[in-house]
Design a protein around this ligand. Sequence first.
Ligand SMILES: Cc1cc2nc3c(=O)[nH]c(=O)nc-3n(C[C@H](O)[C@H](O)[C@H](O)COP(=O)(O)O)c2cc1C
Length: 316
Amino acid sequence: MQGNVYLAPMAGVTDAAFRHIAIEQGADFTYTEMVSAKGLKYGSAKTASLLAFADNEKEIGVQLFASDADALTSSINTLLDNYAGRIALFDINMGCPAPKITSNGEGSALMKNPELASRLIKAAVKVSSKPITVKFRKGWDEASINAVDFARMAEESGAAAVAVHGRTRQQFYSGKADLDIITKVKQSVSIPVIGNGDITCAQHAVNMMNLTGCDAVMVARGALGNPFIFREIKHLLRNGTELEPAAPQEKMTALFKQAELAVKAKGEPNAIRQIRKHAAWYFKGMQGAAKLREAAVRLNTLYDLRALIHNVENID
Ligand SMILES: Cc1cc2nc3c(=O)[nH]c(=O)nc-3n(C[C@H](O)[C@H](O)[C@H](O)COP(=O)(O)O)c2cc1C
């Protein structure tokens, strides 16, 4: 893993097109959307499509979710057989709060079952020639905050790094991320700790690093429609000064490039359906944003997007 400013995995968001733009804007490391180990084991085409790489992505973190060691190890073996040169590491998702994941004992449900979590990590480490990392939360709920023990368990089981989102599963994405828990994790393990939660501007990333001592930061929602956050963070880290935010014109150029890349990878109907939400995020804070967001819902083709962007450029 190079550098210390990462784009977090986000299902339905961090496809190869978005990652391409994030890397151009300075993200040091990227992950796939979470991929079902079971889906890979049973050869699901939809699952396999989540593994497309961006052209400018030298290496990637493949994030897998699983509660079954056989599915996990067989998917790692398959991935190594096919893409070993492009994979930097496998990350195991132990933080996803979605009921359809946790009801299968996957994602953050593993925080309630550290023995199984440990078995999964050990099994993955045993078969993988690439490092295994783990991403998890503060705990399942306020009554069971166990990120520190969980991180120690991960380290003892052979994990090469951990990423910690400072919220419980019960919080989903609400409330504030707790930086203290990240500090405590950092003080309790000797593997690298990646801090995650509520980084929506460069200063937040610097605060996360200074307050917790974490080795790297991971940005999720703060990068939605704002891949420029990566260059802003790196500029602040390097120079101690804030970069000017991206101008509307530059935002629109990035959005259109992302859409073109997505169309190339997935075909126009599928790509444009997914680009609608990205467009709405890119429009945030711009003049006439409410109207633009309404129009984004109706996009069907690259041509529609080009026309909408043309309107924006005439507004500014
Ligand atoms: C739309 C969306 C999809 C997400 N998908 C994943 C995922 O696939 N794997 C994962 O580990 N976390 C996922 N997350 C969680 C983020 O990676 C991150 O831990 C969380 O949003 C907190 O970071 P933030 O405050 O910077 O958004 C997702 C979050 C969002 C908002």
